[in-house]
Structure formats: structure tokens, C-alpha cells
Design a protein around this ligand. Structure first.
Ligand SMILES: CSCC[C@H](NC=O)C(=O)N[C@@H](Cc1ccccc1)C(=O)O
Length: 719
């Protein structure tokens, strides 16, 4: 078959990859019935080979009936390149900005600025204060919180460590020093012989983040303090003020006996703490032996909510929503884990990492986005009754992210496999059905794939165990061919990572690109994906390499049965656990798959145990309980090997492209390198691309673009 040319693929990539993705969006009340919407976007810049960030502002007015009136786009996109965190004060009058700037010598400095509506009114050089290391700006620990009196800011930064020096360092032995800053630093405590002590960090994408502590900046004095009384051996993150500013509440992750990588892993042992700043006493609010996160106070300050799930087992799980009554100290599970959604009660449970900063509709109702089968959905939860109302369920947009709420004006971002992100506003009815929202877009999607149509199919598993748990597949088809019988199309079967994550019916760059270029795509949400109930998640550990493989194959067969696809031209693709599945498919169905493309694949769980930042994952997914002390036996290693793609290497025939990030701490590149070597030794065609300075996602702009072009040329050469 004639595939579109490489030049055409480059053009399609330029178009589709130009779609900006939303980093954050918030609402500010700027007058009677007037709101401004500030959104920050990230966009690939292929010329500069980097992601640029820019801010967009819209004005939204409400009419006399409280409904959306005008939406004004002043057309003021501004590129931002140094803002790390931004937070509006409770009154909306001040804005705090954490900024990273390189000085003349090229050293990075962090500043905390405060702006009013006219100008910058404070600028504190946090690096020069030298009270702590780098400020955390990530989505796991990071925070920037105004006290209610708007005179203090709370954030999290790396704890300052005593300076480690050599026993042979002579520079400290007297001599005069004229620089007072260096003199002050000289007075800092020093530890001899500690220069090479290994300090464990929080792993993949959190490199250099070891011991976060809360920090308080007093805007009047310009001084930063690290509160006393913090628990030992706990990493502090997600800190917020208590309602009267007398203390702070935060999530604390246990450092001991050793840290396991945190990103994409919502099962790390943690607790919610309350530190009283005057008495310097710290108490635990949550129960121990759980994984908890994201404390948020209700507007009337009577309740604190947070998310909780088990700290054992799968790395992503269905979670509970906990309500803690601040005065009575009573705790209640208001939304529980859902094992199996049913037709009568379809809510599949909560799959939430962190609440948005403003998530309260009123003192009883919160808004949150969660996975709901193959879509990302906004729900309202009545925290007194636990009642869940689905607010978004339209046929055109499959993925909805809740952004902000002011009064009853809700800001959200939606997308679909054929439409890139679009901000929308709506008014939540005061009375009646709160899901009756008339959404109004603030702008058009920047990319619309008009030649693609998408659908979701539900499938029954073909295994004995877990056969009562269904799963779904998102199908993308080129429109021109969708009804015709004349020419059958090539198929790419795509498996997501995790394994406990999900493809949602939002904008999917790679599948969309390939579909624009004439391929049918099947994105398989095999059993174990999130959004289908905890029973589905729990059905996979112990059966990886079997259940997930059978589901992927059943999805491929189901798409072929629809009659549009040429069964002689099927390829498979996926990254990480999706790479584990791709390499399994070519080992277990060697006649079926004609090409394989894989990013940072897990190929041998037994070998990965000693190299990944999450050794717990390899044991859990192979069906064994993880314990920090465990030194696996030969039988355990055998179990891990036997469920791995490497166990099927002798059967592989499909030409296989491997794309590896040299800095991946999650799936060490050796996993892919060894698989590539094994294929070479068996005479199977294979190519390995190693991307320097890239880690697990391989998402640097030049690397990502190169990956796509190599995927395209590999597939078109072999199908
Ligand atoms: C020991 S590596 C395990 C595979 C890895 N799982 C967790 O990190 C994985 O599949 N990564 C995914 C990323 C991901 C994981 C979970 C939820 C969302 C995304 C991948 O790279 O696609």
C-alpha cells in the first residue's frame, strides 16, 4: 500500500503537535458580574526545540439572569518563560509569583514576587536568603498558599543540609575573607567526610528532591522561617494554612526505611498532619498505614477533606473521599471505594490525584475531575451525603477537566480525540438538576482533526478468571474510509502504561497523527485500567502478561471484525507497561503483528527489580506482596521472569523499534537494550533509538518529534 510521504507526515506532525495543552486556568471576579479567566498553556515550538509557556486572558460577563452574557477575548497572549508557580490572594487583589532566573554567571536564582493590579510590590531573592534549597514547583509536593490576612506565603522547599566538606579542605583554616555573604556561609555548620554520602530522592521526574520542608515568608519583614516541631523522617508537601493562620496542614510522606518513586504512584505511605505554629506541636489527622493526599478546607472552615487509599498493592487505585470535622475531630468516609459499578449505579469510584485549589461550589459540594470508564469526567460530590452527580456526559467531548469555580460560574477544559483543548464556562443552576449546564466556549480548539471519527466499544474478556469484568477500546478511523469496503486499512493497536492508567477520549496526539495518515487505531483500556472499579484494577496483578495480553488481542480482533481493517497489516505500540504489552503481543502472537514500536518498555520484571525507582511495582504486578525488607527468592525471580516478554523472545519475528530515554529511572534503559540485543542475536530486525537527557516520558520537543517520524517510517516500511 502507498502510505503518505514522509513530507506529508512532517506536515501533519507540525499541525497536530502545535495544539497547546492547558497547564492551569483560574477565574477572578473583577467587577459586578464580570470575571476574568487567566489560563496558562504549554505549546511545542519545533523551531526553538522547546516547550513555550504563554498566558491567555478572557473576560466573561453574567447577564441579569445570572447566565453567561458576553465572552471577550482581548487577544493578549503573552509568552512566559520564567514563572514556576502563580497564586492569587484570597481577596483577588494580589498575585504571588515564584520566578526562576539565571544570573549573569548563569546560576539559577529563585525569587518570590508579589504583584498588585499596578506593579510588583515585593520581590524576595529566596536563593540569597539561603534558608532552604530549591522551592518545589512540581505537582506532587509543590504549593504556594496565601495566609488569610494576605501577609504571609507558605511554600515547600528542599531542606538546607549542613555543608559537607573534605577532611583535607584547607580553605577553612583561617585566612581573611572580605565578602560578608561568604563570611555568613562560612558560619554554616559543616560536616567532614559526608561529601559522598548517598542521599535518596523521590525518583523519576523528582530527581534532587530529597527532604521537602514547609517555609513561611513574611511579606512585612521579608524573612523566611522553617517552622519547628515537624515530624522526623517525613517529606512535607501540599501545605495549606489552617483557617485562622495559626497553623498549617500538610501531607507527609514517610522517608523510611527508604523512598519509593512517587510520580504516578498514589500508594505511598503518608499521613495528613496539623502543625500548630505557636505551640510547635504536630498531630496526625488521618489514620496511619494509608496513602493520603490533598487536604483542602471548606469555605466555612468547618471541614477538611482529603483523599485516601491503601498503601499496598497497585500503584493507582480507586480512592476514598474523607471528611474531617475540624472542631469535633470526627472523620467520615463520604465516598467509598467502588468495587464494581453497575447499570443502576454506574459511578465507578474516585480516581483523583489532587483537588483543584478552588473546588468548593458551596460548603457541602465539591467539584472534581475523575476517570469514568474511558472518559475524564467532572463530578459534583455532596460531602454530607456522598451523593455523586455527573456534570459532563456529552457525545462530542470525551475528556473534561475541572479548573475553577467562583460563585456558581464553573471553568473547565474539554477535548476529544478529534479536538484539542478548549476552555469553557458554565453556570451551575441554583435549583433543580445541577448537571443542566449550558457550556459556552471561550475559544475554538486550536486543532480539529476533521478527517477522523472516533467511537468507544465495550468488550467481554476471553479469560476464565475475571471474565465478569468488561473493558473498553477507543477506536479512531479515517473518515474517508469509514463506510467503504473497497480498501482495507492498516491497524495500530495501542496499549497504555501503568498498567493502572487509562486512555481517555481526550486529544490523543500520537493516535490522532497516525489516524490522519490513514491508519485505524485501537487504544485498549484492558482490565486493570482505572475508571472501571477497584475489582478491575485488582484483577490484573498476578496476571500481567496474560489477562492484559488477551484483552489487547480481543480488542484487535474486534476491530478487525468490523471489516475496515486488513488483518495482514497490524502493528502494535505502547510505552512502559504499554511497551511490556507490545513486546508480549509480538511474542505471544508472532503471526499476527507485523511491526512493533515501543517506548521505554518493561521487558523483564526480574531484571528490573534492582534498577527501577519502584521495585514494589515489579513484585506487585507479578502477584506478590511487597515488603520493604524483602530479598526475593529464586522462585520469586522466576515468577517475575515468567510473566515477562523476555520469556517469549524465541517466538518473536516482528521488526521492533525501541525508543529509550537515557535518564529513565522508572524503566531503566537496560530493559530495552537487552531486548534489542536478544532480537539481534536471533536475527529479528530491530532498531534502537536512545534519547539523551530524556527520562520516562521522552517528551523533550526534539526527541518527541524524532520518535514520531521514526515510528512512522518504521511502520510504513514493515506493514
Ligand atoms: C516500573 S515501571 C512501570 C510502568 C510504569 N508505571 C508507573 O510508573 C508505566 O507504565 N508508566 C506510564 C506512565 C503512567 C503510569 C501510570 C499512570 C499514568 C501514566 C507510561 O510511561 O506510559
Amino acid at each position: 500500500m502507498d502510505f503518505p510521504s514522509v513530507e506529508r507526515a512532517v506536515k501533519v506532525y507540525r499541525e497536530c503537535a502545535s495544539a497547546p495543552s492547558l497547564s492551569s486556568a483560574s477565574l477572578q471576579k473583577t467587577g459586578d458580574s464580570v470575571f476574568s479567566v487567566h489560563s496558562t498553556w504549554s505549546q511545542r515550538d519545533l523551531e526553538r526545540e522547546c516547550n513555550i509557556k504563554y498566558r491567555q486572558t478572557h473576560i466573561v460577563t453574567l447577564d441579569s439572569n445570572g447566565q453567561i452574557g458576553d465572552v471577550i477575548d482581548p487577544g493578549t497572549n503573552t509568552e512566559l518563560n520564567s514563572e514556576q508557580l502563580v497564586r492569587w490572594s484570597p481577596s483577588g487583589k494580589l498575585k504571588a509569583v515564584l520566578r526562576k532566573i539565571k544570573d549573569k554567571k548563569g546560576d539559577e536564582k529563585q525569587y518570590l514576587e508579589v504583584w498588585n493590579n499596578i506593579a510588583k510590590i515585593h520581590n524576595i531573592n529566596l536563593t540569597a536568603l539561603d534558608k532552604h534549597g530549591k522551592v518545589y514547583e512540581d505537582g506532587e509536593f509543590g504549593c504556594l498558599e496565601w495566609s488569610s490576612c494576605e501577609s504571609q506565603l507558605l511554600y515547600v522547599a528542599e531542606k538546607k543540609q549542613p555543608k559537607a566538606v573534605s577532611y583535607f579542605d584547607k580553605s577553612k583554616e583561617g585566612g581573611s575573607e572580605e565578602n560578608p555573604e561568604t563570611d555568613a556561609k562560612k558560619k554554616d555548620p559543616e560536616v567532614k567526610g559526608d561529601q559522598f554520602v548517598h542521599r535518596q530522592d523521590w525518583g523519576e521526574l523528582l530527581v534532587g528532591k530529597h527532604s521537602p520542608v514547609p517555609c513561611i515568608l513574611n511579606l512585612q519583614t521579608g524573612q523566611v522561617t522553617i517552622p519547628e516541631g515537624l515530624p522526623n523522617d517525613v517529606s512535607v508537601g501540599q501545605a495549606i494554612w489552617t483557617p485562622d493562620d495559626s497553623g498549617i496542614v500538610f501531607t507527609g510522606w514517610e522517608n523510611e526505611p527508604y523512598r519509593l518513586g512517587l510520580i504516578y504512584c498514589r500508594n505511598r505511605r503518608s499521613a495528613i498532619y496539623h502543625l500548630d505554629l505557636s505551640s510547635q506541636t504536630c498531630n496526625t489527622i488521618s489514620i496511619t498505614g494509608q496513602s493520603v493526599r490533598s487536604p483542602v478546607f471548606s469555605p466555612d472552615a468547618s471541614k477538611l477533606i482529603y483523599i485516601q487509599n491503601s498503601c499496598h498493592g497497585p500503584h493507582m487505585q480507586c480512592a476514598q473521599l474523607i471528611v474531617y470535622h475540624w472542631e469535633s475531630k470526627e472523620t467520615k468516609v463520604t465516598v467509598d471505594i467502588v468495587q464494581r459499578p453497575t447499570e443502576g449505579r454506574p459511578f465507578p469510584g474516585l480516581y483523583v490525584g489532587r483537588f483543584e485549589q478552588q473546588c468548593w461550589l458551596d460548603n457541602e459540594t465539591i467539584l472534581v475531575s475523575t476517570a469514568w470508564r474511558s472518559s475524564q469526567t467532572i463530578i459534583a460530590i455532596n460531602i454530607c451525603t456522598g451523593e455523586v452527580t455527573r456534570l459532563t456526559n456529552g457525545p462530542d467531548f470525551g475528556s473534561w477537566m475541572f479548573c475553577d469555580i467562583k460563585q456558581r460560574l464553573i471553568l473547565a477544559c474539554r477535548s476529544s480525540p478529534t479536538r484539542s483543548a478548549q476552555l469553557v464556562v458554565g453556570v451551575i443552576p441554583q435549583e433543580g438538576d445541577i448537571s443542566c449546564i449550558n457550556w459556552k466556549p471561550l475559544h475554538e480548539s486550536s486543532v480539529i482533526l476533521s478527517d477522523v471519527i472516533w467511537s468507544v466499544i465495550t468488550l467481554k474478556p476471553k479469560t476464565e478468571q475475571g471474565s465478569d469484568i468488561d473493558f473498553e477500546t477507543i477506536i479512531l478511523k479515517p473518515k474517508a474510509n469509514s463506510g467503504s469496503q473497497e480498501k482495507k486499512l492498516p491497524l495500530i493497536v495501542w496499549a497504555h502504561g501503568g498498567p493502572h492508567s487509562v486512555f481517555s477520549t481526550g486529544y490523543l496526539l500520537l493516535p490522532g497523527l497516525f489516524c490522519q495518515l490513514g491508519f485505524v487505531i485501537a487504544c485498549v483500556n484492558y482490565r486493570g485500567s482505572i475508571g472501571f472499579g477497584q475489582a478491575s484494577i485488582d484483577s490484573l496483578p498476578g496476571f500481567v502478561g496474560t489477562h492484559d495480553v488477551k484483552d489487547v488481542q480481543a480488542a484487535a480482533e474486534a476491530v478487525i471484525e468490523q471489516g475496515l481493517v486488513d488483518r495482514e497489516r497490524v502493528a502494535v505500540s505502547g510505552g512502559s507497561h504499554g511497551g511490556f504489552l507490545s513486546t508480549h503481543m509480538i511474542g505471544q502472537y508472532p503471526d499476527f503483528y507485523k511491526a512493533c514500536i515501543t517506548r521505554n518498555p518493561v521487558t523483564n520484571l526480574a531484571a528490573m527489580l534492582g534498577g527501577t525507582d519502584i521495585p514494589s511495582w515489579t513484585m506487585t504486578e507479578a502477584g506478590m506482596d511487597f515488603d520493604f525488607k524483602i530479598a526475593p527468592s529464586a522462585e520469586m525471580y522466576a515468577k517475575m521472569f515468567n510473566c515477562s516478554p523476555m520469556a517469549h523472545i524465541d517466538k518473536v519475528r516482528a521488526p521492533t523499534l525501541l525508543m529509550l530515554g537515557s535518564d529513565d529511572l522508572r524503566v531503566p534503559p537496560q530493559q530495552g537494550i537487552r531486548y534489542h540485543e536478544m532480537l539481534k542475536a536471533r536475527g529479528v530486525k530491530t532498531r534502537l533509538l536512545m534519547y539523551p537527557d530524556n527520562s520516562h516520558p521522552i517528551n523533550k520537543v526534539d526527541a518527541e518529534a524524532d520518535c514520531f517520524m521514526n515510528m512512522y517510517t518504521w511502520i510504513t516500511e514493515h506493514l
